[in-house]
Design a protein around this ligand. Sequence first.
Ligand SMILES: [Zn+2]
Ligand SMILES: [Zn+2]
Ligand SMILES: [Zn+2]
Length: 263
Amino acid sequence: MTLSLREIVGSRFSHLTVISAYRDEKSRIKCLTQCDCGRQKECFYTNLKAGRTRSCGHLEREYRESCIEMTGQQFGELTVLGKTMHRKEGCIVWQCRCSCGEEIYVSRRQLIRGYVTACPHHKLKQLIGQRFNELIVLKFSENGEEVFCRCSCGKQLWVGKGNLLRGHTKSCGHLALADNLPRVDGVVTCALRRKMPKNNTSGVTGISQTRDGRWAAYLTFKGTRHSLGLFDDKEEAVRQRKNAERKYFEPYLQKEQSQKDAS
Ligand SMILES: [Zn+2]
Ligand SMILES: [Zn+2]
Ligand SMILES: [Zn+2]
């Protein structure tokens, strides 16, 4: 045997590069090769030399696969649009469209084995626009760990996804704050006072002008918006609002006062 094993290492045969070589018990040269697709394969040197072994097997698999049509097939959220020239680990990569509209590239193996059934952030995307207690999801971070939310109070903030989904984070913090505010029968009384209009000019709480120039009066109490009617006259709308405040708010404010007086 004149051929040195060291000479073989590094030589290339079609898609395979020899990374190590040794003689087996029958003195045949066996090679460990690295395929262009990333896989390793052990084979006889004679087969490499003769061109009988040209890849890890991905060429044959590709050929078999190329005869299989997957276009139109459905895998979870994905619909296969068509074959591409790309290969991943020796498998044909298919262009797919997710039910959310995003197009991604997935290999046959990933599809068949169910490794990929939707676009990368599909579940997260479903959260956008959804409400979790006081928070509405607007977008999510690159790594998908955090979501950007708008709180019912108007404040916008990043929240950990897990905390949001598990209900650990319910608001920007204003809820936790409200929990410590004095209440009368469960109603935060200082919030009622804040809702009370200070004057009769424009910008009065609970009064808004409609497109046809009329005035709508409303009052929000215990999470419910009570419509108080539409009025041609703004003064009248304000009067109705004040009446409603008296009806809904006063009992709580009076009770608070009497509690204070008593203590
Ligand atoms: Zn290969
Ligand atoms: Zn998707
Ligand atoms: Zn808030």
